[in-house]
Structure formats: C-alpha cells, structure tokens
Design a protein around this ligand. Structure first.
Ligand SMILES: [Fe+2]
Length: 504
C-alpha cells in the first residue's frame, strides 16, 4: 500500500521517453527535495496497554525452537512468511502512516512438530542508506519527512520500502510494494537478493502487492498509475511475457485486482486526489473519498489485455478481493471487502499516533452479468484480508477466510478468524479473545486434498497482554472449533500485512 502517482507524474509515465528517465518521472512529487525542511516531531504511540508493541520497530531475531501448544499436523510442512512495515522510528523521527515503515519479513518454519523463527529487515537501498545514516533521509507517502540533500533519487525504487506482501516465485520469494519493483528474497535465509528486473522501461514501474496465479502457474499483476493501469503477465518463473498500459478514464485508487480463467478485473475506488501533496499531508493525505462517485469496474481480456467491458459498483473503497471466477456466458463472480467511507487511506495515519483505525469493511459477493447492473450482496460485516484455497484461484470458490471481529463493539483490532460460506451464508467464527490482535491468515491445502476446505488456516497474531506473537494453525473445515496448534515467540513483533505459505 504505497504512493499512487501525482497527476504530473501520471501524465509523464510511459509518455514516450524510454529507459531510466521514464521510471524517474514516475516517481511522485515526494521526490522533489526540500533540503533542511521540517522534520516530523517524534510522536510516541499511546495505544492502551502493551498494544504499543503492534506498531513499534521490528527486531531481527533467530529462534531455534519455539514453545508449542497442541500438535502441528504431520503433513503440514513448510514456511510461513509475513511481510509488513516495521521500521517506524529512527532518531527522533517517527513516521506518521503505518504503510510507510520499511519491509520486515518474518519466517516461521514448521517441521517435525516444531517451529523455527527468523526475522529480517529487507535490505533495500533506502533501508541501507538510512541505517548507515541513523536517520530517515527519503520522503514517504505519509509525509513528515523532507528529502535529505544526501538522499539520491533515481526513480521510485530509490525509496521502495518493499513492505506490503511476499509471494513465492520459483525458488525465490518476492517482497512486494506497489509503487515500484518487487524485491527478490531468499526464502530461508531472508537475505535480500536484489530488485526484480522485468526489462526495459518497465523496471521500477508500479507493480502491485497482489499478483495472481492462473491455473497453469502463470502470474498476472497490475500497476496503478492514476488514470491508467499497467497490466502484466509473467511466466511461472517470474519472467515477463506481456505488458500493456490501458487508460481507465478517471482516477481512483487501486490496490488489488481479480483474475478469472479469461479476464482480469480492475476495480477503482471512489477516490480523487484532493489538494496538493505537501510535507504535511504526504501523498496518502490527498487520497480522499468522493461519496457519490461509484466504484468503477474494468474487465480486460487476460491474454490480449483488451478492454472487454465496464460496470459500476456502489461508492466506496476496497483494498482487497478474495477471488473471481467466470461462467461460460461471461458472468463474473467475485468477492470484495467494501468500505462505504472512501477516506480509508486516512485511517492508517492513526496507528502511529496512538489511535486505532476503524475497521468497517464489509465482505460482499458481486455478480457481474455480461450486460446490466451488477448484484452486490452483503456477506459478513467487519472483515478484512480475504484469502481462499489457492487451488481454487480463478476458479469457482465457495469459501473465503478473513480476519474479523467476534466482539461486536471491539474497536481496536481484529480478534477473530472467519470462514465465510458464500453459498450457504453460514459463517464460522473463531475468537482469539480480548487480548489478541489478529493478522491475516492464509489457506494451506492438504497434500492430496480435493475438498475446497480440506487444509489448514495458518496465521499470526499478537497477544498484547503476554507481549508475545504467536503462529496458530486451524483445520480449515472448522476453524470455529479452535486451533490445532500454536507456536509462541518469546516476544512481540509489530503487526504485519500479507503472508504466504510455501509448502515443502
Ligand atoms: Fe494488500
């Protein structure tokens, strides 16, 4: 979740120039240095209790054998990775927006009934430069930090924090942002291997944190560029096969997208860029909801990238989608976590200044017929981070797993894992309890399993009362009956964003 481009840069990106100059021009106005400009005052988080740990700097750690409760399934073997922003303070400066922290990967290896842990900051050029200086030098999307005269810009990747997600690509993992290139990571050592180079003028272009796989292993992705979208298709090993820039006809934030067996679906939020970006607002402070503006759906052919059709959904905002599938007649079905309030980007200024965001996303099922108005049906209130069985990617799916709330009035952070049954409307909920802050949980298919819910739900959560982070495994058929196993780290780590399970 990173900076959309400024209007100026949107116009200039891929506008005819080639090579590094193109990428440099894609970098938003935050690149404009204001030497000696104001520095954000240090604002300590004032979250209640020890929940402060949720948004403190991460710590690099190795732990050989974690304390385990219950028993890990014998056939659940592999590595759970989570990436997320986790360097929020250097010297006297604290970032303002959660999405600005530098990328930090945690690795939980499950094998022989035990769990080994490692965490490392991603060694981006930004991170290494700032670590050496002991100070933040690059301006970020949440504002508050002026460009240092010693911070050299050569495009978006100069300040790429690689902080949003992590996915397995061949023998490597890729850490993803959305404003620039993916970063190659060694899945075991977590060593940073270098930026992914797709070739030519595409290097450094926006590349979303949510690539999607087709049934043949090929990978699709988008890059959001104001009134345009970049469409990518990569082979299973991560080499670029096809690329196209398509106009969208309007601006509107895009974080995630959907893939069916035939189509690529891009949904724009009901947002506009309001006011100039300033040191005070950052880019995130200018992304504002427009209450009467519908969310706009663009359907592209996934092979040619030609526009197939467009549609409108109710006004609002969406970060994440679960999955999409398409009928023979072109009817597309997908699910989305929809926020009525389009000012969602402002919510994530709160965690770093001692408040909690208000999680008001509602899971909806959308039916998009070949012609006529879409159907938009409410499935579950206050959900986020929807995930499905990856074997059902781009195919008809029935179940969505998400974080959510058991306690109706709880306002700080997710306390539950939810299994949403799109067909029956019956949702199973497991509540972690009042002491927990629950992060995204992913689906791991059981080897040889056929049923869609045959597998495990795996994720991490922070127990703020104990000051410890833990990995928990559930039976995906019945997460509501409680965990099968849990492994405790002996300390708390900051809350992350997206995770990935690599089976071994
Ligand atoms: Fe995301």
């Amino acid at each position: 979740m990173s900076p959309p481009m400024t209007p100026t840069s949107r116009r200039s990106f891929l506008g005819g120039a080639a090579g590094a100059g193109v990428v440099a021009s894609a970098w938003p106005a935050m690149a404009a240095p204001s030497p000696g400009g104001a520095i954000a005052p240090r604002a300590r988080a004032l979250l209640p209790g020890s929940r402060v740990a949720a948004f403190e700097n991460g710590r690099e750690l190795d732990a050989a054998r974690l304390e385990v409760e219950g028993a890990f399934p014998a056939d659940l073997k592999g590595v759970f990775h989570r990436n997320g922003p986790a360097m929020f303070e250097r010297g006297d400066v604290r970032y303002r927006h959660w999405f600005d922290g530098d990328g930090f990967v945690q690795r939980w290896r499950i094998e022989n009934g035990g769990v080994r842990y490692r965490s490392r900051f991603i060694q981006t050029s930004k991170f290494r430069t700032e670590a050496a200086a002991g100070a933040f030098l690059f301006p970020v999307s949440g504002g508050g930090v002026a460009a240092s005269p010693s911070a050299a810009f050569s495009g978006a990747d100069s300040a790429n924090p690689s902080n949003t997600s992590i996915v397995a690509v061949g023998a490597e993992s890729w850490a993803l942002w959305e404003g620039g290139s993916a970063m190659r990571i060694d899945p075991e050592s977590l060593d940073t291997l270098g930026l992914v180079r797709l070739g030519g003028e595409i290097d450094g272009a926006p590349f979303s944190a949510h690539p999607r796989r087709g049934e043949d292993g090929r990978m699709w992705n988008i890059g959001s560029l104001g009134q345009r979208v970049l469409l990518y298709r990569l082979d299973a090993a991560g080499a670029l096969e096809s690329f196209k820039v398509q106009p969208l006809g309007q601006e509107g934030y895009v974080h995630d997208f959907l893939l069916t067996a035939r189509s690529l679906v891009v949904v724009q939020c009901s947002t506009e860029t309001r006011g100039p970006r300033s040191l005070e607002s950052g880019t995130f402070g200018t992304i504002r909801g427009v209450p009467d503006k519908p969310m706009r759906v663009h359907v592209f052919d996934r092979e040619t990238f030609d526009l197939v059709r467009q549609a409108e959904l109710p006004s609002g905002f969406a970060f994440h989608f679960g999955n999409a599938w398409e009928e023979g007649n072109g009817t597309i079905h997908f699910d989305v976590v929809h926020y009525v309030d389009g000012d969602q980007m402002l919510e994530f200024f709160k965690p770093l200044s001692g408040q909690f965001p208000t999680w008001q996303g509602v899971s909806h099922r959308v039916t998009l017929p070949p012609a006529g108005a879409p159907r938009f049906e409410r499935m579950h209130a206050r959900a986020e981070f929807p995930k499905i069985n990856p074997r059902f990617d781009a195919r008809r799916h029935r179940y969505v797993y998400a974080t959510g709330f058991e306690e109706r009035d709880r306002e700080d952070w997710f306390d539950a894992v939810i299994k949403i049954d799109l067909d029956e409307g019956r949702n199973g909920v497991f509540s972690y309890g009042p002491d927990w802050m629950v992060e995204e949980h992913v689906f791991v298919p059981r080897p040889g399993g056929i049923r869609e819910d045959d597998g495990w739900v795996v994720g991490t959560a922070l127990n703020w009362a104990r000051g410890q982070t833990a990995l928990t495994v559930f039976d995906a058929a019945r997460p509501d009956v409680g965990p099968l196993a849990r492994a405790w780290l002996d300390q708390a780590m900051p809350l992350g964003l997206h995770g990935d399970f690599r089976s071994s």
